[in-house]
Design a binder for this molecule. Structure first.
Ligand code: NAG
Length: 400
């Protein structure tokens, strides 16, 4: 009797939930809303903190120099130059005497000269993930992990893309590529670091930006190749990502629809943001193989944790396969590569496993760790070593 009375109520609850979900999907077809969901740039996570004072996140006084970059389409990007610890130690007395806060002309700073004037200096260009700012979450610890393997040499410059933190504008696929290009051109032209001494580090959506940048520069009539790329928690493309992605690891986006392929495909037509990483990475690798000379052209490391709740590590499997396939004249099927992995991968027990595909033209590494979640992993030694290895063994050159 009572159960029967509850039944209509339960049906109503289900109907309302479904109606809300479809209402949510309808709102998602609006491009401006999509951008907010994908980039989450309004969720700064550093509310009431001043990103012009990096000491707030545990850096030594003036170890980090905040400055601005200007894009050719008129945006101002907030950037941080992070000095490696040993370089800081050697110059500490002079560094602490410089004025703190955001710098108008970064070239006047000692930190900039320490980068530009050291012929052995190495530079990581850092492209962060969605949400937050330069100071949020696991980013500050990850800047420290980047120089850990060579604290006398590895500098990092990170940017907040347009629409993030105190940078102007609002994010878009094209806009973020322009931002990354602005950073790369600044590094090569203003800081005077040749691309052979530059590694791209990126996480989450930043990996799509890094791949897009490397692809863009490699496809030019006069190509530019970096020493390497370290991609943490990447995804194959937005369409494949929406089939599994959960916002903050909890709220499913389109994954309930992934069971209905036609409906999922229909909704994906409305998603204007594509980030076709797997295709661009494959094209990049393919392009490198077309270049003259049997010397390294690329060094790509993909790192992903099995316990990543936001982006499942299987996205890395897809990305890696596309890259390996593009490096082989006859290609390789996903199943064949899987068989090769079982035979050839390096098993690290509780540390996960590593697969490496080496050819004279380049190196593709997939490192799957068991623990590290989506963000925390960026601060782990697996990242420190990957960056060091990219600098040490990458060294791509255009001519033989
Ligand atoms: C794999 O490589 C082959 C040979 O280059 C190519 O024809 C095929 O389209 C590639 N497959 C994918 C999924 O990219």
């Amino acid at each position: 009797m009572e159960l029967a009375a509850l039944l209509p109520f339960a049906l109503w609850a289900i109907a309302i939930t479904i109606a809300i979900y479809f209402g949510f999907l309808a709102i998602l077809t609006i491009p401006a809303v999509q951008r907010q969901v994908i980039y989450l740039n309004c969720v700064t996570l550093t509310w009431f903190q001043d990103v012009d004072y990096p000491e707030t996140w545990g850096f030594l006084h003036n170890q980090v120099t905040p400055f601005n970059l200007h894009t050719k389409d008129g945006e101002t990007l907030h950037a941080w130059h992070i000095l490696p610890l040993e370089v800081y130690r050697r110059h500490e007395p002079r560094l602490i005497q410089e004025p703190p806060g955001v710098v108008e002309d970064v070239k006047t700073r000692l930190s900039f000269k320490l980068l530009r004037e050291d012929p052995n200096a190495l530079l990581v260009l850092y492209l962060h993930g969605a949400a937050g700012t330069l100071g949020s979450g696991w980013r500050p610890p990850s800047y420290r992990a980047l120089y850990a393997a060579a604290p006398d040499r590895i500098h990092t410059v990170a940017i907040d893309y347009r629409g993030f933190g105190t940078s102007t504008g609002s994010p878009s696929e094209e806009g973020l590529l322009t931002d990354a290009l602005t950073l790369a051109e600044w590094a090569m032209n203003e800081a005077g670091i040749p691309s052979s001494r530059i590694v791209l580090f990126a996480q989450s959506i930043g990996t799509a930006v890094a791949i897009s940048l490397a692809h863009h520069l490699a496809m030019k009539p006069t190509p530019t190749l970096f020493a390497g790329m370290v991609l943490v928690a990447p995804f194959a493309n937005v369409e494949l990502l929406t089939a599994t992605y959960k916002v903050a690891g909890v709220i499913p986006l389109l994954s309930p629809l992934a069971r209905f392929p036609r409906l999922h495909a229909l909704l994906n037509k409305f998603i204007v943001t594509k980030w076709p990483s797997k295709d661009k990475l494959a094209e990049f690798v393919g392009q490198c193989h077309k270049m003259a000379g049997d010397n390294p052209k690329y060094h790509v490391t993909i790192i992903h944790a099995e316990d990543d709740w936001d982006i499942p590590w299987t996205q890395s499997e897809t990305l890696y396969w596309n890259a390996v396939n593009a490096s082989l004249p006859m290609g390789i099927s996903y199943e064949e590569l899987d068989k090769e992995k079982i035979q050839n991968r390096i098993d690290l027990g509780a540390g996960g496993w590593i697969m490496q595909h080496q050819s004279p033209k380049g190196c593709l590494r997939e490192e799957i760790v068991k623990y590290g979640l989506h963000d925390r992993i960026m601060s782990y030694p697996v990242v420190s070593l990957a960056v060091w290895r990219a600098f040490e063994t990458g060294k791509p050159t255009l001519e033989s």
